[in-house]
Design a protein around this ligand. Structure first.
Ligand code: SAM
Length: 278
């Protein structure tokens, strides 16, 4: 697949970095939309419009829910402050109980504006990062989505409200099992957790309208590009180090990849079972 959306450098910056991987071009000047560390401009995306009156629009929820106030603060204050504007994403995050996806000892911190440990040296992403990736996926509700890095299962739960079918791959068995149980307990039936190496994608369920990679890659796994449906979006943080990543959106436009960049991030590493290369 060839690339569009960048003007510079020679094709050697796209050359393979070991079997199955593609190095990224350095920059695509026309599409850089970085605003701050987390946040971006979305003027050109007509699916995204500024929320009007949040307090009228969001579900009131269970008045006895001890986390209701913190959840509302997250969606009404935290997410907009980070530039999240997609009302469907905000609505989804308003109804998913994040406290169910963190260890019980951290439930009180479930809505703080940061990532949290979930065991096995992994993390649940900062709420605004989950929101941003969902927003960048531009989901209308009828899509088939793959999440690489199921972790706690929270991202899959949010995506289950935004798309028709969600597949979430996790390489650590203990996390995959816990994520599966949480989704089941919440009655989420359109999200499936699969144990495996997500750098290979999920060929049996491909193609996908959106693929979200929630761990930091040092190159783009070719399998994920190959499993994009026409018009499909791949959202992936890529960079040389886990704390030095750039969020990219690759869109499959008639066999060419359009590339856009959305700011700097830190993630736990995307680990490939295929060994060196990532
Ligand atoms: N989306 C998750 C959530 O909502 O809790 C957070 C994901 S966490 C930041 C990244 C996850 O990616 C970790 O659970 C890690 O084990 C997983 N991971 C790393 N490399 C992977 C791979 N090759 N395939 C599948 N999962 C992978």
């Amino acid at each position: 697949m060839s690339y569009i959306g960048y003007t510079g450098r020679t094709p050697d910056c796209l050359s393979a970095n070991g079997p199955g991987y593609q190095q990224l071009p350095f920059l695509w000047p026309g599409f850089v939309s970085r605003d701050e560390t987390i946040g971006f401009h979305a003027e050109s995306d007509n699916r995204m419009s500024a929320p009007t009156d949040e307090s009228d629009r969001l579900p009131k929820g269970d008045p006895h829910d001890p986390f209701a106030a913190a959840r509302r603060q997250m969606v009404e204050v935290q997410l907009p402050r980070h530039g999240i504007v997609d009302e469907r994403v905000i609505g989804a995050m308003a109804v998913v109980p994040r406290e169910e996806f963190v260890p019980a000892s951290l439930a009180e911190s479930a809505y703080v504006d940061s990532s949290l440990p979930i065991g096995c040296e992994q993390t649940i992403s900062q709420p605004c990062v989950t929101a941003l990736m969902c927003e960048l996926a531009r989901l209308a509700g009828d899509e088939r989505v793959l999440e690489v890095g199921a972790g706690s299962g929270y991202g899959a739960a949010v995506l289950s409200h935004l798309a028709a079918d969600v597949y979430a791959i996790e390489r650590i068995g203990q996390l995959a099992e816990r994520a599966r149980r949480r989704l089941q307990r919440l009655g989420i039936s359109n999200a499936t957790v699969v144990l495996g190496d997500g750098t290979r994608g999920l060929p049996a369920s491909a193609p996908f309208d959106a693929i979200l990679v929630t761990a930091g890659a040092d190159a783009v796994p070719t399998a994920l590009v190959d499993q994009l449906a026409p018009g499909g979006r791949l959202i992936i943080p890529v960079g040389p180090r886990p704390r030095d990543l750039t969020m990219y959106r690759f869109t499959n436009e008639r066999g060419q990849l359009r590339v856009e960049e959305f700011g700097s991030f830190a993630f736990v590493p995307l680990v490939s079972d295929d060994g060196p290369g990532l």
